[in-house]
Design a protein around this ligand. Structure first.
Ligand SMILES: [Fe+2]
Length: 134
């Protein structure tokens, strides 16, 4: 973490090889400044009650080094590092990102549930173990 306040959070996020973050939202705007690797985003939209699935894919983008991506406050996205090496970007969020209650959608069932920081932390720890061979 580079900066945290109630107005802005700045993270230097490094994704391990082939890491994927399940669909999630932020409830605040975000700007992603890529400086290494690649981030592939799938954007999702919420479907009405009674639909087969709670969300469906609605678009995609790929951020390369030098790209700056902007995400609106209502965006739901999943992120994949498709490369066999680290991917890195500065993530700027329009609020206290770590304090904000938000949601995630299960990778397999797409069911919505409260965002679980421990799941995200474990994914990074698992990737770190893979990288270090521990
Ligand atoms: Fe995100």
């Amino acid at each position: 973490m580079l900066h945290r306040s109630k107005h802005v959070t700045i993270l230097n996020l490094v994704w391990g090889p082939h890491m994927t973050a399940m669909p999630h939202n932020h409830h605040m705007w975000a700007t992603i400044g890529m400086y290494a690797g690649r981030e592939d985003n799938i954007y999702w939209r919420v479907l009405p009650d009674g639909a087969k699935w709670p969300i469906e894919a609605a678009g995609a983008s790929s951020f390369m080094p030098g790209d700056v991506g902007t995400l609106g406050p209502d965006i739901i996205h999943s992120v994949t590092n498709p490369l066999g090496k680290l991917t890195a970007a500065l993530h700027v969020y329009g609020g206290d990102f770590l304090k904000q209650a938000r949601e995630q959608w299960d990778e397999e069932t797409l069911a919505c549930r409260p965002f679980d920081t421990d799941i995200a932390r474990r994914a990074f720890e698992e990737s770190n173990r893979f990288l270090t061979g521990a």
